[in-house]
Ligand binder design. Structure first.
Ligand SMILES: N[C@@H](CCC(=O)N[C@@H](CS)C(=O)NCC(=O)O)C(=O)O
Length: 222
């Protein structure tokens, strides 16, 4: 079987998501940086969308972390990460998509505002309020037991560890606190302690700490 190559970087939460799934499926893979950076002509010659993460396996080139996630789950069904009947699977997909389309975007909108000299305080307040609102919506949508699908890690869980960590970093960078709904606080702890999550999250955290320190001109603990 052709080798799995993951194009990405360490700071991207979407790459972290895919690394968690690869680890949970006990897959060996090779990490590659996009040649000349993501979005470059050299990278687009390999991955037309120009985004990271992308998974390449022989002739197969996949971008979009959700497509990669579902491919990995179908190609290596053990352990199953989208278990249950159609309704259960629909709920898990809903929670996975909620991460990508609702929870993470308010934080992404703040990337350009972390450096103090480039910061717009009104944008920071608006996007951090939106992030807090979306955490509340997630707490209404989900019943972690302790993970979103119960005891076992599912595809619904894999985007959240890096984004919860990034949310804490953003709050720390702006001198704010984000009130984590109680159910999500225990969920975050359960995720961070999961053996398939820990290595990918540690790697993402180290890169994110460096990124914040470079933008802020000082170390940031979060
Ligand atoms: N929906 C995409 C989001 C991935 C994404 O936004 N990646 C960023 C880096 S974290 C990227 O490649 N940005 C380059 C661009 O948008 O051109 C996925 O799930 O893979």
């Amino acid at each position: 079987m052709a080798e799995l190559v993951l194009y990405g970087n360490d700071v991207s939460g979407y790459c972290c998501k895919v690394r968690i799934i690869l680890a949970h499926k006990h897959r060996a893979w090779r990490d590659e940086a996009p040649p000349d950076g993501y979005g470059s002509p050299a990278y687009r010659a390999i991955v037309p969308a120009g985004t990271i993460p992308a998974l390449v396996q022989g002739n197969l080139v996949l971008s979009e972390s959700e497509a990669i996630a579902e491919y990995l789950d179908e190609a290596w069904p053990d352990p199953p990460m989208l278990p249950g009947d159609a309704a259960a699977r629909g709920r898990l997909r809903q929670l996975a998509r909620f991460h990508d389309s609702r929870l993470e975007p308010p934080l992404r909108a703040l990337f350009a505002h972390v450096a103090p000299e480039a910061r717009d305080d009104a944008t920071v307040d608006r996007q951090m309020a939106l992030y807090a609102q979306r955490l509340g919506e997630l707490a209404s949508l989900a019943v972690p037991r302790p993970l979103l699908g119960g005891e076992a890690l599912t595809l619904a869980d894999c985007g959240y560890p890096a984004t919860f960590m990034l949310g804490r970093g953003m709050a720390g960078a702006f001198g704010l606190t984000v009130a984590m709904p109680e159910a999500l606080a225990s969920y975050e702890k359960a995720l961070a302690a999961h053996p398939s999550v820990m290595p990918a999250l540690a790697r993402c955290r180290a890169a994110t700490e460096q990124w914040f320190a470079a933008k802020l001109g000082r170390p940031l603990a979060f």
